[in-house]
Design a protein around this ligand. Structure first.
Ligand SMILES: Nc1ncnc2c1ncn2[C@@H]1O[C@H](COP(=O)(O)OP(=O)(O)O)[C@@H](O)[C@H]1O
Ligand SMILES: O=c1ccn([C@@H]2O[C@H](COP(=O)(O)OP(=O)(O)O)[C@@H](O)[C@H]2O)c(=O)[nH]1
Length: 237
């Protein structure tokens, strides 16, 4: 069996974790995503994860109501730590060794991020879950995903999201938008395809990291794409 990517950074959007609920974490969904990660890992792929926080809190929600954006972003980053702990719990239940590294120090809860620690845990066979985004306000977890992918030497950045690829326009708003199988980073940026923020795409382009956009809701899709099947859009040089 051919494996397309040997070392992968998986971005899981926070919204994916809430399942059918309007807010928070649906444990059954977290368990299913953990099972998909386990399946992919059993193919021999090294996997680390960046998790979002949009199911709990987004900084712009505070700013849009007249609050302080930086405080809002701090709250959003804390939300990603909650999600990371939920995903670690789901992975542990399945017997997968996983560790949370946070960009914001909270030693009572989890280890702090350093590239050295992350690489050491990964080479010991652990799934490393990066929490706290980049640790800085005004960024997103998509940008954190591109950053950690570069730091880990990932050969691909998988964005697991609500849609099964990149379309000519947001498919939630434009139902007859058409899906792309392949794009370059430059095309994503020049066409303003907003599936991922500009900073994240630019960072991936600079480091020659392909981005694979796929639906996190399709059970087993992660492993299918890793072995050459499935449905996705691949963004590469
Ligand atoms: N051109 C596009 N192709 C695909 N999805 C797009 C596009 N433009 C906007 N989107 C939206 O981007 C979302 C993916 O971003 P994501 O970060 O996972 O969502 P959120 O910001 O809600 O967590 C999709 O759910 C989709 O609605
Ligand atoms: O490096 C980062 C990453 C995230 N956030 C904050 O955390 C929230 C949750 O992250 P994101 O919106 O990227 O989550 P997702 O869309 O993936 O659920 C963001 O809205 C920001 O407020 C931040 O300030 N800096």
């Amino acid at each position: 069996m051919t494996i397309r990517f040997e070392r992968v950074l998986l971005k899981v959007s926070g919204e994916a974790l809430m399942g059918g609920q309007g807010f928070g974490i649906d444990v059954a969904v977290a368990d299913r995503i953990a099972a998909d990660i386990k399946e992919a890992r059993e193919l021999g792929v090294e996997i680390s994860v960046v998790i979002g926080g949009g199911n709990i809190f987004r900084g712009v929600a505070v700013a849009s109501k007249g609050g302080d954006r930086v405080t809002g972003d701090h709250m959003g980053m804390l939300a990603t730590v909650i999600n990371a702990m939920a995903l670690r719990t789901s992975l542990t239940k399945l017997g997968v060794d996983a560790i949370v590294l946070s960009a914001i120090a909270m030693p009572e809860l989890c280890e702090s991020f350093s590239q050295r620690a992350a690489l050491a845990h990964a080479s010991a066979g652990r799934v490393v879950i990066f929490a706290g985004g980049t640790g800085n306000p005004f960024f997103t977890t998509d940008s954190a995903a591109a950053l950690r992918a570069a730091e880990m030497g990932a050969t691909a950045l998988f964005k697991g999201t609500q849609v099964d690829g990149i379309y000519s326009a947001d498919p939630k708003l434009v139902p007859d938008a058409t899906r792309f199988d392949r794009l370059t980073h430059g095309e994503v940026l020049s066409r303003g395809l907003a599936v991922m923020d500009v900073t994240a795409v630019a960072l991936a382009r600079e480091n020659h990291i392909p981005i694979v956009v796929f639906s996190i809701h399709e059970k087993g899709e992660f492993a299918r794409i890793l072995t050459g099947g499935g449905r996705s859009t691949i963004v590469s040089d």
